[in-house]
Structure formats: C-alpha cells, structure tokens
Design a protein around this ligand. Structure first.
Ligand code: PGA
Length: 246
C-alpha cells in the first residue's frame, strides 16, 4: 500500500433493504478507530438505500456511492433510470461505472465514457472498473483489453483527479479466485504506466476476503479494495480492513 488512505469500497450489488442498514452499526463503531485517517470506507448500496444510508452515516467519516447511473446529465424521459445529478442530490459522493456485470448487459466503452462525463459534471467521484475475461486472459490479451478500456472509457477526459481505477478481472468476481501475485503486479503496473501520474489510485476487486487479503495487500500500487460479497457481512468487511491496515 503506497498512499495515505487505503480505500475500502463496499459494492452491495442488488442486495439489501432498509433493515440491512442496521448491520452497519458495527462498521460505524469500527470506523471511529480511524483516528489517523488510515482508511476510507465507501458504501455503494442499491440506489434505493443511498438516501437512508447517507442520513445514517452523517456524523461518520464513511462515505456513500452509487453503483451505476444513466449517461444523461439532463433529466429526461428515461423510464426506470437514475442520473448522476439525482444520485448526488441524495448524498452519493461516488459512483461505480464500467462494472463488468453492467458491461455484460451491453454497456460498451462509449456508453461508459458518457456516463463518466455526466457523473464528473455532477460532481461525483468515479470508481472506474476495468478488467479482462478469462478467455482474454488465456489468449494473453489482458494488457490489450485494459489499454482499450482505459483509452475509450476515459476518452477526452483531461482532468482525471476524481477518478479511481478498480482493476477487477471478470473471472475473479464472485468466483473465489484471485490472480497470481505475479500477474496482478504486472497488470497494476501496466495500468499505472497508462497514466504516468503518481497520484492515480488503483483498487483491486474480485473475491477479496479475509483469507486472501494478506496476499493482495502487498502488491505494489494497490491502494485499496472493491469488495462485493464479503462487504455484505459487516464482520467480514471489518476483518478485511483490519488485516489490510495492520
Ligand atoms: P466479489 O465482487 O468481491 O463478490 O467478487 C467484487 C465486485 O464485483 O465488485
């Protein structure tokens, strides 16, 4: 870990209702031990929970983010959609964009690029997900895929200071598998080389848990984790944080 803050982003995906928020009391209590700003916790619940969660976290240092947004900055006739301004207005500070579960539903780099631009305009910070599929990895295309996702996803965005990269190999998400340390090191340094800027934050995501985080945290250039499954259980999430920072 190289930076002052280590990021722990909880991606709740399509899980959770109002009652689920009670389980956060443990994390709120734990976050109060963060006297020296060693870590930064960001909860990304389903959009239905952003408002109640941000109210609940008001007096804490825990921040709230969303999991996706529509690409239009303007309000409009888009049934079932939520845009970046709406998310911002209910308390979101971040938004996860380019997640592979949404890429699999048809989101391409061009659409993700429009979403990023709209979210930046609304004043949100972006957690921009990139990563290769298993087939791409087997065909030794990882760097090529990452380069393309970065180039197209961030096309004509000059100021990248509000963008955090989340490297999530698609085959690692929800599978219990993590990359070999050597491979992960290579991917992280490849991503860094695309930016040529030291302050870029890079998170790793994909099956992070209390048993593998020791292996992951020592990889140079990783500034934190995007945690799916294990973030839904406060005890498991705290365990990941403790093992990382200690
Ligand atoms: P996982 O999900 O930790 O359950 O693998 C990570 C993610 O999809 O962001």
């Amino acid at each position: 870990m190289t930076n002052k803050y280590t990021y722990f982003v909880a991606n709740w995906k399509m899980f959770g209702d109002l009652r689920t928020l009670n389980s956060l009391d443990k994390v709120i209590k734990f976050s109060k031990t963060n006297k020296k700003n060693k870590f930064r916790i960001i909860y990304c619940p389903p959009s239905t929970l952003i408002r109640p969660l941000s109210k609940r976290l008001k007096k804490t240092k825990i921040e709230v983010g969303a999991q996706n947004c529509h690409h239009s900055y303007d309000f409009g006739a888009n049934t079932g959609q939520v845009n970046s301004r709406m998310l911002k207005s209910v308390g979101a500070k971040y938004v996860i964009l380019g997640h592979s579960e949404n890429r699999q539903l048809g989101e391409d780099d061009k659409l993700i690029n429009l979403k990023i631009k709209s979210a930046l305009k609304a004043g949100l910070k972006i957690i921009f997900c990139i990563g290769e599929t298993l087939r791409e990895k087997r065909n030794k295309k990882t760097n090529q895929v990452l380069a393309k996702q970065i180039k197209n996803g961030l096309s004509s965005i000059n100021n990248k200071s509000n963008i955090v990269i989340a490297y999530e190999p698609v085959w690692s998400i929800g599978s219990g598998l993590i990359p070999k340390s050597e491979d992960l090191k290579k991917s992280i340094s490849f991503i860094k080389s695309k930016f040529g800027k030291k302050s870029l934050k890079i998170l790793y995501g994909g099956s992070v848990n209390g048993n593998n985080v020791d292996k992951l945290k020592i990889i140079t250039g990783i500034d934190g984790f995007l945690v799916g499954g294990a973030s839904q259980d406060s005890k498991k999430f705290i365990d990941i944080i403790k093992k990382t920072i200690n």
